[in-house]
Design a protein around this ligand. Structure first.
Ligand code: THU
Length: 305
């Protein structure tokens, strides 16, 4: 896990999946920066606690939304990608990676900002986590140019996990529901194994698919590739998540589908798998397809608008 989440206030209801989401946000930030084997700690606090920290560390006696405390001292104008040795020196055996520092988030302020912008609390927490992650990697916003660069990086990372500026990101639960819905259209008279899938693309669209079989068995198509085909045909090129629901035991994607997903996804792609009507599990594509081969292994520039 690339983050350690610590609650310095009572955990509100419905926040159970937060660590997984913020971990994926952090990983997307590291990938955007090209940093490997890194992590940081996220502390969730209230107005009063962050006010005290703001006073202690910055001499400002007022609450704020997020504070970042980097472990690495980056030379002027450099960020984590320029300093792999400095980052590597922060290796923390208990985290199993380099600890880039602490991100302290004020939950009360995050709630107020989410209401102000008209989006969800989890989206606001994701944004604050990404903002802090880039501070922990040496970014700042002292002038317009720096601000623009940092904002681009944040946006790239958030897009990779399906959080776009417009609209809400469907939750894993919602994606799984859409996969179950698609499963009912499965054409599987030979195996009687019904599978449905739903792909979330980074521009926030969802595409459903189901398996459809053929009397010539080898011509059958899995639900995942059916959903992928719909997404590609609609112009999407980057996947942010996939949910797969089956009528029987949970169906982790077959090898061919893993490779097809690899073409259009980061390795952090959450793969949400379960039996319809039951709980689901989540693994990343990187876990399901280690040491994989992808477009970047070929000396060809692949345009993905
Ligand atoms: N199947 C899928 O749709 N997705 C998977 O990940 C595994 C298998 C389908 C293909 C075939 O129609 C049936 O399940 C039995 O293999």
């Amino acid at each position: 896990m690339s983050i350690e989440l610590q609650w310095d206030i009572p955990v509100p209801e419905g926040m159970g999946a937060l660590e997984g989401l913020l971990g994926r946000v952090a990983e997307a930030c590291f990938r955007a920066e090209g940093v490997e084997n890194a992590g940081f700690c996220i502390r969730i606090v209230d107005d009063e606690q962050i006010r005290a920290l703001n006073l202690d560390h910055r001499g400002i006696d007022s609450p704020t939304d997020v504070l970042s405390f980097p472990t690495v001292a980056y030379p002027h104008g450099k960020t984590a990608r320029d300093c792999p040795k400095r980052v590597g020196r922060e290796y923390d055996p208990s985290m199993g990676c380099a600890n880039l520092g602490d991100c302290v988030i004020n939950l009360a302020r995050a709630r107020a900002q989410a209401a102000e912008y008209g989006h969800s609390l989890t989206r606001e927490l994701s944004y604050l986590t990404a903002h802090s992650a880039f501070h922990l990697m040496g970014y700042d916003h002292m002038n317009e140019e720096e601000r623009g660069m940092m904002r681009n990086m944040e946006e790239r990372a958030l897009n990779a996990v399906g959080i776009t500026r417009e609209g809400e990101v469907p939750s894993h639960e919602q994606l799984f529901e859409l996969a179950c819905e698609a499963m009912h259209n499965s054409y599987s008279p030979y195996s009687h194994f019904k599978v449905g899938a739903c792909i979330l693309t980074t521009d926030g669209r969802t595409f459903q698919g189901c398996n459809f079989e053929n009397a010539s068995y080898g011509a059958s198509i899995c639900a995942e590739r059916c959903a992928a085909a719909c997404a590609i045909a609609a112009g999407a090129r980057q996947f942010a998540a996939i949910a797969i629901a089956s009528s029987d035991a949970p169906a982790w994607p077959c090898g061919i589908c893993r490779q097809v997903l690899r073409e259009f996804s980061d390795l952090s792609l959450p793969v949400i798998v379960g039996q319809c009507g039951k709980d689901f599990s989540v693994m990343t594509l990187g876990e399901l397809l280690p040491n994989s081969f992808g477009p970047e292994n070929l000396k060809v520039k692949v345009e993905k608008p």
